[in-house]
Design a protein around this ligand. Sequence first.
Ligand code: TXA
Ligand code: MG
Length: 316
Amino acid sequence: MTNIYTYTHTTLKQAAETIKNGGLVAFPTETVYGLGANAFNSQAVANIFAAKGRPSFNPLISHIAEIDTLFDLVQTDERVIALAKQFWPGPLTFVLKRKEQNKSLDLVCAGLPTMTIRMPNHPIALDLIRTADVPIAAPSANRSQTISPTTARHVFESLGHKVNMILDGGFCKVGVESTIIDLTTSKTVLLRAGGLAKEDIEKFLNEEVLLSQGNPDLPSSPGQMLKHYAAKLPTRINVKPEDKKDNEFYIGFGNIECNLNLSPSSNLIEAAANLFAYMHLAEEQSEYSSIAISPIPQTGLGLAINDRIRRASYSK
Ligand code: TXA
Ligand code: MG
């Protein structure tokens, strides 16, 4: 029997109670499914790390449902509030300076002086946060170093009964994780390319968003560990149709022949939404021994897509 629950008034209340009582609830967001716990409950947050098999020095994103909650948790300024009003709820995460007094948030922040926060654009996620009435700490709801889940079934296959409940919200519309920006200095720094295009942030702020000088060996930088999103089969990227080998399952982009097409019309938003689901499918193909992915343009959501497939293809 699975622990996947259809979203109803009753299951939502049960999920909120589970969060309040220190349990784990996987829930849908517009990006990927999250593995949620009460951010103020260190034991519950520790259980997230245990369930994921993730190194505990990795800080987690706390999810909130009102902009006002920011004032309780972190230091804000005009830029932070303007960005929140423009892009929240949505696939944009802020790294901000913590308010000192929240000692119970030490584990969720991995002991750092910063806190990482976003407001997800999904009715079930927002309903869950409001009903539980606490910020919900949630990494992607998959075992560490595997592809992020975009359906409730992906969550169940990765975590099984390590999570108390999985709320089913169908397919995640954005399909790649949120864009993370560091707002702790006067510069705006991109820490992880994601579901909101860097160009959209730059247009709104009317300034350049800098690329982080992240060190791939330092897990304090988000998603920088190269093996973070590894696929189970060897994966080659930037493979043109004419270079594809017979034993490779070919994931294409644009008007080409392939096993699965991220977007036949070359639409990067559609490609991002399909990416993880198609990689999950590719991993399940027993008649192929490896995966090949066609080139994806490096603009808009292409930045996030290329980042994820580069990590998926990384081998030591
Ligand atoms: O779309 C998303 O962001 C999903 C959904 C569930 O909201 N969440 C997600 O969380 O992708 P996670 O934990 O899988 O990725 C968050 C990344 C991690 O790589 C973590 O190291 C980094 O953000 N991170 C979090 N707080 C940080 C901080 N204060 N400084 C630097 N990196 C941080
Ligand atoms: Mg993750």
